[in-house]
Design a protein around this ligand. Structure first.
Ligand SMILES: *Cc1c(COP(=O)(O)O)cnc(C)c1O
Length: 366
């Protein structure tokens, strides 16, 4: 690699998904946990109209995102015993950007390291590596995917440079499990020197949030996104909820105009129409339960319960995992091979049924 490039980057690969122009549009995309339905047409038309008539495309976006932060604060407060202020909200170009801002604010330049518990969302570790931040990897219980807390504490005690950030999720991806009472107790007593990130990307599906405890923990940050239940993955909007001091620092380290105007407008519209948009969630959850029952009755695999919009399962014969993904793909269903198993998004009822039929066909010829 060229000598002006940091050598540690030579082993990293660019984040890749199949190029969308190489895939037929009729594929069932059950690999990235998006919502199965697009925005209602009337809402898209209203947004398009707004773009044509009032949105100034020659002007930079609102760099403070203030109206959006106000709208998010109101939404978040609905599920919190204490009122959340817009000063406690930071908006990012996807929550991915906020993860990077958190790393810039806490651990870059040799100041700290981070801790993750695997299997988990890979982006935390990947972004940390691109910034030269050491990543400590604790394990989860192989049966339950609960964090092995004693081991995690040992890693924290021995870390040099010290652990500045712990990345936790509720529910975990790819495994779908919510935090246990013991895990939440552990988060509550972690020292103030560690920023505890709780990624609630699937909050609208799980109904579980720790936002009510933010006021008691100045070292907690909650991450959420518009990419999943709010159907706005194309617009790249995520947000962080924390105390105002932490938010102010996240605002310092980000790019000035990080969120396009149209994305800000779309996120506000989604919040205004949230009753209509989130009304699709019970259908997704009912299908998840139905598919879970079917998978559970399947002798060839083991499936884990999930409070998210996806299920995680492993085959009794792990070497069949890749062939299964291939077979599904050639028939038109994309799933994600990960952590020695498969994560499948709950799609439309038709997509979920096709997945089940294709899975059964594969398993029957084993
Ligand atoms: C999908 C997802 C996100 C959302 O990322 P965006 O950048 O907001 O699209 C964040 N965390 C987890 C665990 C996710 O699965």
């Amino acid at each position: 690699m060229a000598t002006f490039l940091r050598p540690e980057l030579s082993n990293l690969r660019a984040y890749s998904t199949p190029p969308s122009d190489s895939l037929p549009p009729e594929l069932d995309y059950l690999d990235t946990n998006e919502f199965p339905w697009d925005l209602p047409t009337a809402l898209k038309e209203a947004l398009a109209q707004q773009y044509v008539s009032t949105l100034a495309s020659h002007r930079y976006p609102d760099s403070h995102h203030w109206p959006l932060r106000q709208a998010i604060a109101r939404y978040v407060s609905e599920h919190s015993p204490t009122q959340i202020s817009p000063h406690q909200i930071a908006v990012g170009n996807g929550s991915d950007e906020l993860i990077r801002s958190i790393l810039l604010a806490t651990a870059i330049g040799g100041y700290g390291s981070i801790l993750v518990a695997e299997p988990t969302f890979s982006i935390y570790g990947i972004l940390a590596q691109t910034l030269g931040i050491p990543v400590h990897r604790a394990k989860r219980d192989p049966e339950t995917f609960v964090v092995q807390i004693t081991e995690a504490n040992t890693l924290i005690a021995q870390a040099d440079p010290p652990v500045r950030v712990l990345f936790m999720l509720q529910p975990n991806s790819p495994t779908g499990n919510p935090l246990t009472a013991a895990e939440v107790d552990w988060l509550r007593q972690l020292p103030e020197e560690i920023l505890v990130v709780i990624d609630e990307a699937y909050f609208e599906f799980s109904g579980k949030t720790l936002v009510g405890e933010l006021a008691e923990h100045s070292n907690w940050v909650i991450l959420r996104t518009f990419s999943k239940a709010f159907r706005l993955a194309a617009h790249r909007v995520g947000y962080a909820i924390a105390n105002a001091e932490v938010i102010a620092v996240l605002e310092k380290v980000r790019l000035p105009y990080n969120l396009p105007t149209f994305s800000q407008v779309a996120a506000q519209a989604a919040l205004e129409h949230r009753q209509e948009l989130l009304a699709g969630i019970p259908t997704v959850l009912a299908q998840r339960e139905h598919l879970y029952q079917r998978l559970q009755a399947c002798p060839h695999l083991r499936v884990w319960p999930s409070v998210a919009n996806f299920l995680f399962f492993r085959l009794q014969e792990p070497e069949q995992t890749q062939p299964l993904c291939e077979a599904l793909r050639t028939q038109g269903t994309l799933v994600r091979a990960i952590a020695g198993g498969i994560r499948v998004t709950i799609g439309t009822p038709a997509e979920t049924e096709r997945f089940w039929q294709r899975l059964q066909a594969f398993l029957n010829q084993l």
